[in-house]
Design a binder for this molecule. Structure first.
Ligand code: NAG
Ligand code: NAG
Ligand code: NAG
Length: 536
């Protein structure tokens, strides 16, 4: 009987030129359109969608364990970062075969776009995507900005591919409507501090933050890094890029002690470019904060970044859980490799990424991911928390054990304040902070002051890069994923910021307090204390 049944089903499969109708199953859905967007009709059938498909990765639990082992200062494996080959992400060969054969049945040829083979890409018209994913792509308009995007509220995959497909993007993840060019705000208020003459913080630093201010405020040495493989990555998206002429002006004006010919290396990926021409400047105050559309792991270089800072993100509720998890695992991979990953926490206080309407607090992504370091902002001298500094609690990611003691102390002291407006059991952020108000920059040939955690993350990242330089010179392992260090031996090496709050959603937000708080995290760097804490 068994033989015959198999034989018949084989014949049935072989006889038909058209693929068998497969049973479809909803794979991802969102309950509602994210706040601020409205549905404005079906998507034009012939619009071509560039779809990305992520295959299920092989061993996320193994990856997490490896990350924790190499990042916990008291662990025997501390600092023993993994090689690219040792990282657990390649999908199983079964998944690769099953998914490619499904796509081939639909006359779709997909390109593999990540080294581990876990991301595929293909372009198909809306009409075909609607059938393939048993969905209806629609046009959604963001009311405040008028920006439109083609998305859906749910999509399906063949039931037999569950366990092979992680997600298809862009589907239910909505874009950050506030993505825009960098804003040059105000002209410098005072003559900025350039050369350090004493340990005292120059008076001008109260209203204009320059590298010299940061050097005095945080005790950052002026001596350059020594190790040539020490790379600090600064990612740029949405028409924002590093500009050679601006860097030269900045170095000439604000770091006269180092050659103005100092430059950067460029690594473009996923169709990115760096045209060196800044088209226009937006008028808003706050630096753009937007989600990376690809994982940094796609970076093809064989050497790896020691530190990577990113100033882009968006509200967690606009992103699919699968995508959030997938990107968060990518940061875990980089951390296991030895890269310190830092992100700006967001510029809308408890309202997240610049949202004007909210009833409950809006955590930002990727700050809710427990495998990266989220950086909030401080303001002024002496430092207080910056009111725009986003902080709070993820609704997607549970609170990791490395921060549970710090966070529960805070929550106990907080009492019933903001009760019901945030998720007490979520991953809490930011982890640390740095100056983010009135930061002197050069962009588009002009010099001026900007505001945002987009400034704080690279400032903290530069401190990490200098600590790594000392560690590498001493033959010691790099810091890699920072949080287990920060919440243990690192905590006392930070300046605790205890005043201010981060209002939003018609509340005063969270108050900063002694030790960890969801405005400034554990605090800002004290370089000499950090040096001792990392064993230098
Ligand atoms: C800062 O020091 C450099 C030499 O190190 C000097 O050329 C420059 O004029 C000084 N700038 C200011 C504003 O004092
Ligand atoms: C860092 O901490 C040490 C020890 O408490 C202190 O003496 C020093 O002034 C601090 N450095 C800065 C720049 O605040
Ligand atoms: C709160 O966070 C927990 C832990 O991550 C999560 O399981 C739960 O769904 C979240 N609650 C809400 C209402 O989002």
């Amino acid at each position: 009987m068994l033989t015959r049944a198999i034989f018949i089903s084989y014949l049935a499969a072989a006889c038909c030129a058209t693929p068998l109708v497969r049973s479809m199953q909803v794979h991802e859905a969102r309950e509602s359109i994210p706040e601020g967007f409205v549905h404005s009709g079906s998507a034009p059938q012939d619009t071509v969608l560039n779809l990305r498909l992520a295959l299920v990765q092989s061993d996320p639990a193994g990856l997490e364990k490896a990350l924790m082992d190499v990042s916990t200062p008291s662990s025997a494996l501390y600092g023993q970062h993994l090689s690219k080959e040792e990282i657990f992400v390649a999908p199983s060969p079964d998944s690769v075969v099953a998914v490619h054969s499904w796509l081939a049945d639909n006359d779709i040829e997909a390109k593999t776009i990540s080294p581990a083979g876990d991301w595929l890409s293909f372009a198909i018209p809306v009409s075909k995507a609607n059938v393939l994913l048993d969905t209806e792509f629609s046009v959604f308009t963001h009311e405040e900005t008028g920006k439109t995007s083609i998305r859906t509220l749910a999509y399906s995959i063949p039931a037999d591919l569950k366990g092979h497909i992680d997600l298809v993007h862009p589907t239910i993840t909505f874009p950050n409507p506030f993505a825009r060019l960098p804003a040059m705000v105000m002209p410098p208020k005072v003559k900025p501090a350039v050369n350090i003459t004493s340990d005292a913080v120059p008076a001008s630093c109260s209203s204009t933050i320059t590298p010299a201010c940061l050097q005095v405020l945080y005790g950052i040495p002026t001596t350059p890094a020594k190790v040539s493989s020490n790379q600090l990555g600064v990612s740029g998206f949405i028409e924002q890029f590093a500009n050679e002429a601006d860097l030269k002006t900045f170095l000439t004006d604000f770091r006269p002690d180092i050659p103005s010919t100092t430059t950067f290396m460029l690594q473009t990926l996923d169709g990115g470019e760096n045209p060196q021409i800044q088209t226009k400047l937006a008028s808003k105050r706050i630096l753009t904060f937007n989600i990376p559309s690809v994982s940094p792991l796609k970076c093809p270089q064989s050497s790896y970044l020691w530190v990577l800072t990113t100033s882009y993100g968006q509200n967690e509720n606009t992103i699919s859980r699968s995508l959030a998890n997938n990107l968060c695992n990518a940061y875990a991979q980089l951390g296991a490799r030895g890269t310190s990953i830092l992100f700006a926490s967001g510029d809308g206080g408890v309202a997240g990424s610049q949202t004007t309407r909210c009833t409950t607090f809006l955590p930002t992504f990727p700050s809710g991911c427990p495998f990266m370091t989220s950086v909030g902002a401080t303001n002024g001298v002496p430092e207080t928390s910056a009111s725009f500094s986003s902080g709070g609690f993820s609704n997607f990611f549970a609170q990791p054990s490395y921060q549970s003691s710090a966070v529960s102390s805070y929550l106990t002291a907080l009492g019933n304040t903001n009760s019901g407006k945030f998720n007490r059991s979520g991953r809490a952020f930011p982890d640390v902070s740095a100056q983010g108000n009135n930061i002197e920059i050069v962009v588009g040939g002009g010099t001026g002051l900007v505001v945002g955690t987009s400034c704080s993350s690279p400032i903290f990242a530069s401190v990490v890069a200098l600590l790594n330089d000392g560690l590498a010179t001493a033959g010691k392992p790099l810091l890699g994923f920072l949080n287990l260090f920060l919440y243990s031996t690192g905590a006392l090496a930070l300046n605790d910021i205890t005043t201010g709050n981060n209002p939003g959603c018609n509340t005063n937000g969270f108050p900063a307090r002694a030790r960890w708080d969801p405005v400034t995290g554990l605090g800002t760097p004290n370089f000499s204390k950090l040096k001792t804490a990392v064993g230098l």
